[in-house]
Design a protein around this ligand. Structure first.
Ligand code: SAM
Length: 225
């Protein structure tokens, strides 16, 4: 595929974040209660992810793969993590994220890099998080990611392949909005079994699944014990 994925995300991610999350006046906080359905399910994804992580991240270093402009950092403030590293393909998003934290108290607790998470050498970290990103990777890339993640704790979200009206609407929306011109670069829906099989093959054993109506067809897979 000749598709330039970096360019694709540089053109998309910042507007996507603003539409989905509504960014606060200081351009860093998620505004509660964004009116669109997709936005509210993604805000819920942040809240729930932080809630699930909370008991496991005291004094831990968190790596956020495909972090966009690093908004999840704000949600993690509800936990007692020690350091946050965000990585994203979109250099423009990382530059914006860096600008937001310069001179703030967040600066010492946060490192940001642009790069491809499949090729990037992971920094020293205890817990790996990735929200809304596995959908954009093929199975070989997901395998590579799990190999790099193991044996650390992880919490990943997927857009689950299961019978769902909202998932059907989502796939139609994706095609109409950009799928017809993005040379097949669209989110891939995986079953939990497909991802668990990959995770088990690299050594993970106890993988939990979390679904919630407010996540719609989004599902967390995690191993945090
Ligand atoms: C749907 S957005 C999710 C952003 C953020 N995690 C969230 O939940 O709001 C997907 C993000 O993954 C990034 N991404 C996709 N493929 C990537 C790759 N191979 N390496 C690094 N980042 C990637 C995109 O640039 C984009 O910021």
């Amino acid at each position: 595929m000749s598709m330039d994925k970096k360019k694709f995300w540089e053109n998309k991610i910042q507007t996507w974040e603003k539409d989905r999350y509504g960014i606060g006046e200081n351009n860093s906080s998620v505004e509660p209660g964004a009116s669109n359905i997709a936005g509210s399910s993604l805000q819920f994804r942040f809240e729930k992810a932080a809630e699930i992580l909370k008991p496991y991240v005291d004094d831990k270093k968190i790596l956020d793969l495909g972090c966009g402009t690093g908004i999840f950092f704000n949600e993690l403030q509800k936990t007692n993590f020690s350091h946050y590293t965000g990585v994203d393909l979109a250099e423009s998003a990382i530059l914006e994220a860096k600008e937001k934290i310069v001179g703030t108290e967040k600066e010492n607790k946060c490192s940001l890099f642009s790069g491809n998470i499949v090729k990037f050498d992971f920094p020293d970290c205890d817990v790996v998080v990735s929200l809304g990103v596995l959908d954009w990777l093929d199975k070989d890339e997901i395998t590579e990611l799990f190999k790099k993640t193991y044996p650390r704790k992880f919490l990943f979200s997927i857009s689950e392949k299961r019978a769902s009206i909202t998932r059907l609407i989502h796939s139609i929306y994706v095609y109409l909005a950009y799928g017809w011109k993005s040379e097949g670069y669209v989110p891939i829906y995986y079953t939990t079994d497909e991802i668990i099989e990959i995770a088990k093959a690299v050594g993970y054993k106890n993988i939990k699944i979390f679904r919630h109506p407010r996540l719609r067809f989004g599902t967390f897979l995690y191993s945090l014990d």
